[in-house]
Design a protein around this ligand. Structure first.
Ligand code: 13P
Ligand code: SF4
Length: 311
């Protein structure tokens, strides 16, 4: 039996579902039962009837699934699959920041630990952040964390003045403005697709700003045939599958050696450790029950608002 057959056999035996983010290796995306952005993966976790959720992504995604399904087993193939953005916001520091600003509502990006979500009024992803912020009264005082690039982008679109935590993603901060400008000269008809975790100077050049799923859908529906992609390069796998006749060019990072920008945490998911985690029923994502209790409401609020918005 080859490794893929073994994974599928064990998955069936354990009544497991394999969920993968668009940034994982192509072979992981291909074997997964569902692939998607952070919102879609949370929505799928909330409604699955599988006994075991294997979350091929990063740790905060596993935590979100565990908070939504505390009675299920949630596995991640590699516990070291963290996230620099989540790491940039420690719960104790964020709690102090909130205390220093009484009277503010707290909106947290999904790229946070469950402990940070427990301090939050409502969670957002890049799919729904603008609509959820706009659901608050215009004069509401809002703290937004941890991504300052996404926060600045939301402020610019909504005309709000949210108080921002100063965190960022080491992958999305790396896109090179000069290399993007050079690519635009070579491909003058290409549409520029940008994730809102990118710096403002990159966002300014975008034809479409959005979550991974939004960028993918735009590339499928657009009449354009060439795209410059400023998000983690794993998304190109699904873009090429869904639009095989179109050309997708990754925008490179500042570091001159690489042609594309890769999240080393996402790439920790391999077929080998996916098989091992199904075999061992480990590593399991565990979240303290008191944190689950407080983190659930802001996540459920996000899911309910998203459902109302048809997202
Ligand atoms: P999406 O929710 O847009 O897939 O983004 C997740 C992420 O980690 C971006 O770096
Ligand atoms: Fe986190 Fe950035 Fe990797 Fe997304 S790309 S998982 S924000 S480190």
């Amino acid at each position: 039996m080859d490794i893929k057959e073994e994974i599928l056999k064990l998955k069936k035996e354990r009544n497991a579902v394999i969920m993968a983010h668009y940034y994982t290796n192509g072979e992981i995306q291909d074997i997964a039962d569902c692939i998607g952005d952070s919102l879609y993966l949370a929505q799928q976790a909330a409604k699955t009837d599988a006994d075991v959720i294997v979350l091929c992504g990063v740790h905060f995604m596993g935590e979100t699934a565990k908070v939504l399904c505390p009675n299920k087993t949630v596995l991640v193939p590699d516990m070291n699959a963290g996230c620099s953005l989540a790491d940039s916001c420690k719960a104790s520091d964020f709690a102090r920041f909130i205390q220093e600003h009484p009277g503010y509502k707290v909106i947290s990006y999904v790229n946070t630990t469950a402990a940070v979500k427990a301090l939050t009024d409502v969670v957002v992803t890049s799919s729904n952040a603008i609509q959820i912020v706009e659901s608050f009264p215009k004069d509401e005082k809002i703290i937004f964390g941890p991504d300052h690039n996404l926060g600045n982008y939301i402020n610019s679109v909504t005309g709000r003045n949210m108080l921002l935590w100063n965190g960022s993603c080491h992958v999305h901060e790396q896109f090179s403005l000069s290399k993007l400008k050079a690519l635009k000269e070579i491909y003058p008809n290409a549409k520029v697709l940008v994730h809102p975790e990118c710096k403002g100077s990159i966002v300014e050049l975008a034809d479409k700003v959005g979550s991974t799923a939004a960028l993918l859908n735009y590339s499928i529906k657009s009449d354009a045939t060439e795209f410059l992609v400023a998000t983690e390069s794993g998304i190109l796998h699904e873009m090429k599958k869904k639009a095989p006749n179109k050309v997708f060019i990754p925008v490179p990072p500042d570091d001159s050696k690489s042609a594309c920008n890769s999240c080393s945490y996402m790439k920790l998911n391999t077929l080998e450790n996916l098989l091992a985690c199904l075999k061992n029923n480990a590593p399991k994502v565990e979240v303290d029950p008191s944190i689950i209790e407080r983190a659930k409401l802001p996540i459920v609020r996000m899911l309910e608002i998203s459902q109302k918005l048809g997202l």
